[in-house]
Write a new protein. Sequence first.
Length: 317
Amino acid sequence: MSTPSEPGNDRSEPGPSAIVGERRQLINLAYRLLGSLAEAEDAVQETYARWYAMSRQQQEAIESPGAWLTTVAGRICLDLLGSARVRRERYVGEWIPEPLPDRAEWISGPAGGGRAEPADPADRVTLDESVNMAFLVVLESMTPAERVAFILHDVFRYPFAEVAEIVGRTPAACRQLASSARRRIRAAQAPAVPTAGQAGLVRHFKEAWEARDIGALVDLLDPDATMIADGGGLVGAALRPVEGSERIAQYLIHIAGKAPGLTLLERTVNGRPGLVAQHAGVSVTVAAFDLTAGRITRIWAIRNPEKLRLWTENRQS
């Protein structure tokens, strides 16, 4: 697993620029821990609020500001993960992580106040294998401690001694947590499909859906495929997973019939080929896919408009 940013970068620099420079690392960490860019932004904002709430003398007494910020952000995310389980029990329908576009495929607003940093935190998230939708969904099955220990150690390469400070357990316990998380990842992993093959399969799926060709859709789907939709109770969406290639194909044709004028665009979703459905120029659904042996095994359809704010100004083909 490659890491977006190695631990320890500029950690010994106490200056303001070094503190602000940690934001990219913190956003990357918090998004992977929480599965929500909105919550990640809030966690990082709270982290900086705690830093600036300290006196200058207290700040200067901290040997590694970057390590301090990471520790605080990690603990905030750990607390949020605990409360998120309660919130998601009340969530209407299925909960899917917030999808991220590729930076080349969306239009960000102008940066305000002459800031050199990108206007939107999404531009700071490194799109690698640790943010693909299948990976994030497996993370959702972990306990908060497992998720934090695994992400910090296996993705961001933090030593277990530092992970232990954040999780509040011994290094040996954190090692066990990461090992347990690793087993979950391995159990859920499917054989990798080359990116070109993924893009081609998603394109064929798009064409079959546009043609309302139920037979072609069934052929592209694994017989045991599952489709999960997330409307958050704000828009119409299946409240439970749709299972089986024929049922999914019928459901998709039903949707196409109810939404004439739907435009499907090929886009990168969390670093992998996906689709965006637009109606009257507005992105209404972002679909991520998991593929195995030349067929689609999982479809995650995010329809909750609160999770589509980064996609509302996507360029059309």
